[in-house]
Design a protein around this ligand. Structure first.
Ligand code: NAP
Length: 488
């Protein structure tokens, strides 16, 4: 951000007069202790949001040039005296050096923005440690989940959520208002005991992706090994043919669609299991086992990884004709034909198979792309529930059916050809069909009216065995007894 930009309000200064809805936070003076990367970005964002900023540094003369001219850079004690709200942009290990300021800090709100280098690094959170050093201050934990870069890039980019916790409601409200004026969305995380959890958040590496990534890797390793045995090891052992060249592209390219296809079916399998459980127990109020709960929560990531593998499969497939091995094989076939004086090698069935195989593959990839795009929060938020569920559930299921057609047209009659059973191992595609076909079959069965109706009733609150007797007025004006669920 240029020096000129630094003084120009980014979000527009909101004044209190005349507009009762506007928060009184804007316009107040905010203190920042420290003059490092975070302090500088914070000061820029605060100035741009209409706050007066006073920065407390151990060496204000040297650091002043790094800050916007609208921000005052002064000695730590001077800065603290000028404001009631102070962001402590200093590492935990240097907190104790601030103890000289204890007298001037009495009664002030300190915002602890610090992070650690390891999860649960210290017994007590940094914010609790700061509070123990300054018992006469009110400490609020917050802003640690936004980076210096996010602060500088303005409200248009980066993470918008600011997680806040404190034992003092009033202080928490003040910091939430400041965050709001700065263009962030404050999220109340409760009292100070949540500080450790908030400090751990920036250190977690893709927490929601761990299980899906391990699942995808596990499937990849299994299918890769299986394909390696069939495509490379079998010809070597049986015919002493060296097919190692197949590993980087062919083996990988037969593995990727297997992973993509099975992962896609794993997006819909937990829904089937959940429906089975609801039908079996006759209620939707019974908790699913933890593993099923976890699985249901990871469906988005599993689906996105399925799309990723399918996209890679499409790219690999595009490149297949570019390989030298492919060119040599083509020429070899042409030479053989010439030697054998064969003119027509056109096999109608094979031509049709390939046309259908590629076409349904493209459609399946198109649908998967749509599912992936609509799972992005910005797109998902613009859809109503019906639209979202139509795309993710109905179109997703159609994508699974089309992928099954893609797999079947690829395999065609290979499952019935005994030459395809290398070391008695069936062709890979037959294995991949197991889970998806189970899911498709289960979905078809759930659509039988008798089952569908029962499932719908359960999902609207009906429970097996929980009947109450109630009295229905009959058409003749008499009363007859009937049975219904207490919830309907
Ligand atoms: P930094 O660039 O190293 O700045 C730390 C500042 O602390 C120094 O510039 C220094 O300012 C001040 N300080 C006060 N007493 C000190 C002492 N005894 N020894 C050394 N420095 C002392 O670090 P930073 O990246 O701005 O991070 C500051 C805090 O923000 C950390 O707690 C960090 O976890 C948190 N945070 C940073 C980011 C980020 O993206 N950088 C994101 C979230 C949270 P003076 O010399 O002017 O006193």
């Amino acid at each position: 951000m240029s020096g000129r930009d630094m003084v120009k309000p980014l979000l527009g200064h909101r004044t209190i007069e005349g507009d009762p809805s506007i928060t009184p936070a804007a316009g107040r003076t905010i203190g920042v202790l420290g003059s490092g990367d975070f302090a500088r970005s914070l000061a820029i964002r605060l100035v741009c949001s209409g706050f007066k900023v006073v920065v407390g540094s151990r060496n204000p003369r040297r650091k002043a040039g790094l800050f916007p001219s609208a921000a005052e850079v002064t000695l730590q004690a001077e800065a603290v005296k000028k404001t009631d709200v102070i962001f402590v942009a200093v590492f935990r290990e240097h907190y104790s050096t601030l103890c000289d300021l204890a007298d001037v800090l009495v009664g002030k709100i300190l915002v602890d923005v610090s992070n650690n280098t390891e999860i649960n690094h210290h017994k007590e959170s940094n914010a609790e440690y700061l509070a123990s050093l300054f018992p006469a201050c009110t400490v609020v934990k917050g802003f640690n989940v936004v980076s210096a870069w996010t602060l500088q890039s303005g409200a248009r980019d980066g993470n918008k959520q600011v997680l806040i916790c404190s034992n003092n409601q009033e202080a928490k409200r003040t910091i939430a208002e400041i965050a709001q004026v700065m263009g962030f969305t404050p999220v109340d995380m409760g009292c100070m005991s949540s500080a450790s959890e908030i400090e751990n958040i920036p250190l977690r590496l893709l927490p929601a992706w761990k299980i899906p990534i391990f699942l995808a890797l596990g499937l990849f390793i299994c299918f890769f090994t299986y394909n390696l045995i069939r495509q490379v090891i079998h010809p070597y052992i049986r015919e002493q043919k060296n097919k190692l060249y197949k590993i980087p592209i062919e083996v990988v390219n037969t593995t990727l669609p297997c992973v993509a296809y099975v992962m896609l079916s794993l997006v819909y399998l937990p829904g089937v299991l959940a429906a089975c459980s609801q039908l079996y127990y006759g209620t939707k109020y019974r908790r699913f086992p933890d593993w099923l709960d976890q699985w249901l929560q990871h469906r988005k990531q599993i689906g996105l990884l399925s799309f990723f593998c399918a996209a890679l499969h499409a790219m690999y497939s595009f490149c297949l004709p570019m390989r030298r091995s492919h060119r040599y094989q083509l020429i070899e076939t042409a030479v053989k034909q010439a030697v054998e004086k064969k003119m027509n090698i056109w096999v109608e069935e094979e031509v049709w198979r390939m046309e259908i195989y590629i076409s349904v593959g493209i459609i399946a990839l198109g649908l998967l792309s749509l599912l992936a795009i609509t799972s992005l929060p910005s797109i998902a938020n613009s859809l109503n529930w019906r639209e979202f569920s139509f795309i993710q559930s109905t179109l997703g299921f159609i994508a699974l059916v089309i992928s099954t057609l893609h797999t079947l047209t690829y395999g065609w009659s290979r499952a019935f050809d005994e030459n395809q059973y290398k070391f008695y191992l069936p062709p890979t595609y037959t294995l991949t069909l197991l889970v998806p076909c189970t899911v498709i079959l289960a979905k078809v069965i759930f659509n039988f009216p008798c089952i569908q109706q029962r499932l719908q009733r359960i999902r609207r609150g009906w429970e097996k065995g929980r009947y109450v007797k109630f009295v229905l007025p009959s058409a003749r004006g008499e009363y007859s007894s009937g049975e219904t669920s207490s919830n309907v």
